[in-house]
Ligand binder design. Sequence first.
Ligand code: HEC
Ligand code: HEC
Length: 177
Amino acid sequence: MQTAPCAACHGQDGATGLDGTYPALAGQNERYLLRHLKMIQSGARNIPLMAGQLNGKTEQDLADLAAYYASLPGKLGQAQGDDASIARATALYRGGNLEKKVPACSACHSPTGGGNAPAGFPRVSGQSVEYTVAQLTAYREGVRKTDDDYGGMMRGAAAALNDTEIKALADYLLGVH
Ligand code: HEC
Ligand code: HEC
């Protein structure tokens, strides 16, 4: 299996991207990874930087890549926000916000941020802050639609989040475990 081209952007360890816009893949759930590799290959998830990267790869190749990155140990970072910001993010992540109809993230992504591997819900802990901010914003704006086969549940979860909450959540997720 050829992972050198991937490592150029996602890091040798699969967890150290060129910069914060490159997601960590190490320790991500296998089912989620395979679904996304297929969507990136077909163009259903448009990642211009990855154009051509998956050309000619068979379903087995993609499955091997997913299994490989899922098997690598995930890395964690350290939240940088102040205590108040981390407390707000923790409350939102674990309990949601009934008034704003934000569901508890932990119900699907687990209290430790590990996701739900059998269900294909991604791990969100240790993920680059910039990447997470970009994804939550893209779901909120309806630009990222890769949750179609899950009934749009992430667009729903992100719909009422404001920019401050998205930043606080992304910062918190970097270190949650
Ligand atoms: C030129 C840089 C580049 C290369 C090479 C590259 N990627 Fe990516 N990859 C990206 C970027 C940038 C994103 C995030 C795009 C976005 O913000 O939606 C990404 C996203 C992904 C995702 C989605 C992660 C998630 O959490 O949803 C997977 C899976 C992935 N890449 C796997 C691979 C694999 C496997 C290879 C090698 C075959 C590879 N990438 C090669 C830049 C690259
Ligand atoms: C009902 C279940 C559910 C809830 C609640 C939920 N999520 Fe998700 N989340 C998902 C699923 C399923 C996906 C994958 C969808 C896809 O493939 O685009 C996802 C994807 C994500 C991603 C993108 C991961 C990546 O690697 O690209 C982030 C970040 C995320 N969720 C954060 C959150 C946060 C923060 C909350 C709480 C505000 C939340 N989620 C609430 C099910 C949920």
